[in-house]
Design a protein. Sequence first.
Length: 349
Amino acid sequence: MNRGQSFLLLLIGTVALLTLFVILPFVEYVIASAILAYVLYPFHVRLSRGISRTLASHVRESVSRRLGRMLSGVSLILASVVAVILPVAYISWVFVRDLTAIARGNTDIEVAAIEAEIAALTGQNIEVGDVLATVGQTLVNTLFGGIGGVVSTALRASVGLSLALFLVYYALLDGPAFVGWIRDTSPLPPDVTSDLVDRIDAMTRGVVIGHIVVALLQALVAGVGLWAAGVPNAVFWTFVMAVLALLPLIGAFFVWGPAAAYLVVVDQVTAGVLLALYGVFVIAMVDNYARPIVIDQQAHLNPAVILLGVFGGIYSVGFTGLFVGPIVIGVLAATLETFREDYDAIGSG
């Protein structure tokens, strides 16, 4: 390596660190926009082709293709706002509201009835209200840096979401060119680079669709059951189930099972029994049937690893860490697999 090459590598490293410093306040939204663009891209390809065919009879082919990509990108952004951003924003607002209320010791849960039942069964007096308040305060501190940080987090989230929507639009338009640039720039042999990109693609698809989407679907179905049964703070517990549902078979049960028992304790026996039956025959079936159907068998990640990525991601970057953490671990797994299979070939080449 000569002086010119050393200087170029040093310059690249310095500028990369400065770039990371600049985008670090919004890095979770940058990553979230990349994930959303990844999910939307297959729809973008089909929609842009359809729009281009429609416009082809009126304008030149090159113009129709460009307009098709632009109109498709804008349409998918608007659809994402209506179908994803607004519902998630509302659910997040209700979650934060309920979580801060629990942290302050205000909850609609009939704490006295639960404490009386525990005392009757165990002979021990446990302050359930204090336990809930402690857990709520811990979550508030972990997610937002305290109750005072909720407002600043909301303001930063609004700016971050606006940035993310712009990034999604340009990622849809220029994403394939960027992937092609990575392939051309990679110092790895072309076949190894292609295998690595394919592994990362399969791993990301398996994590996002096979694990996270199924967990969110199961949590949503379970949340509807909690709301219909009259369980207090149903949205808050739905969010908790979205995380726990990443554990196959038993994850969401940690919420709807105690919720059914709670309804029985507070003399809502019929609602409790119906919720238990709904959990066994509906909620559990979502996990049993949906996960094998939609999971990509090329993404061989243990659910415990996925759960570790979820908790680590949420702790590191906030709510979007729910997606970011498992994907980062998935990419690491794909890279290690390439290292295991191709490292010797790269060295000999």
